[in-house]
Design a protein around this ligand. Structure first.
Ligand code: NAD
Ligand code: FES
Length: 281
């Protein structure tokens, strides 16, 4: 059993939890994820790791309560337990295995969209701790939905918030802001790492392809076992079938078939809606 030792509300329907999971905390790396089950009959929820504290033995996750399971999860509090917390799963971010001196030479821009800000944080923090300060865009619908701004500010070179409605920071989509930084403010980037809703990653990749900037994305398709056995997380990358849980979740964004990935992500929407409605009754 895995105890919840901290819970914080970050924005309406978005909450953070620290889970006591020493073995996961010991080997977690940026880019990896866990699969959680609230109880024996619970759905398996894949969640990207937002932070880890090897000394305390805790792993931080950030969840948006949008479906039946995540709404149920929002009712859990400090002192409650989850039945399963399996991980770390998936491959670490690419830069962990690169020569840090080569990484230092690169100008990197992270693009975080909505809840996707949570998985961006451990990557930016790791780079900062290893002497690399990067630029970060955080996009959200409005000021209220913008999360982890202070935490991110503490570990990056320049933080650029953007809101769709202009209630805070730059007014517009993250793609508009990338264009503004590169075309109007003279910023140059060798690499973009984009994590957020699939539609955002699709359009960031479309733009960076035009701008000629290498782009990595973190895919979050439907997952079941998380070990490459069930095929649920199948995606097409560079014309080949890949399993996001073991081959990813990070891929070269310019080679991902986003339209197929979005179609597959929506396959169980009706069932999810029915379960959500029955939970709300
Ligand atoms: P959102 O809908 O508020 O979008 C966040 C930002 O993405 C927007 O502010 C905008 O700047 C940008 N964006 C959205 N649509 C765009 C478009 N068409 N073109 C360019 N930019 C666009 O985000 P949200 O409600 O927090 O998103 C939740 C989604 O994020 C869920 O579907 C969840 O599955 C996904 N998510 C993905 C990951 C991951 O690892 N990839 C992690 C957490 C959450
Ligand atoms: Fe089953 Fe990836 S989740 S193969």
């Amino acid at each position: 059993m895995f105890k919840i030792v901290e819970k914080k509300v970050l924005a309406p329907s978005i909450f953070l939890m620290d889970i006591e999971a020493p073995r996961v905390a010991k080997s977690a790396q940026p880019g990896q994820f866990i699969i959680l089950r609230m109880d024996e009959k619970g759905e398996r929820l894949p969640l990207t790791i937002c932070d880890y504290d090897r000394e305390k033995g805790t792993v931080t996750i950030v969840v948006q309560a949008i479906g039946c399971s995540t709404r149920r999860m929002a009712d859990f509090n400090v002192g409650d337990y989850f039945a399963d917390f399996v991980g770390p799963l998936g491959r670490e971010s690419e830069f962990i295995h690169e020569n840090i001196e080569d990484v230092k030479k690169k100008k990197v821009l992270f693009v975080a969209g909505g809840v996707g800000t949570a998985p961006v944080y451990p990557q930016v923090k790791w780079l900062h701790e290893n002497g690399v300060d990067v630029d970060v865009i955080i996009g959200a619908k409005n000021k209220e939905m913008l999360i982890m701004e202070d935490e991110m500010k503490a570990v990056c070179a320049n933080l650029y918030p953007a809101t769709d409605d202009g209630s805070y920071g730059y007014k517009g989509l993250v793609t508009d802001l990338i264009k503004d930084l590169v075309q109007n403010q003279g910023k140059q980037y060798d690499e973009v790492i984009a994590i957020g809703p699939m539609i955002m990653m699709k359009f960031v990749c479309k733009l960076t392809e035009e701008l000629g900037i290498k782009t990595i994305v973190s895919l979050n398709p439907v997952m079941v076992d998380g070990t490459g056995m069930c095929g649920a997380c199948r995606v097409t990358v560079g014309g080949e079938t890949k399993f996001a849980c073991v081959d990813g979740p990070e891929f070269d964004g310019h080679t991902v078939d986003f339209d197929e990935a979005m179609k597959r992500q929506g396959l169980y929407k009706d069932e999810e809606c029915q379960k959500t409605e029955s939970y709300e009754k």
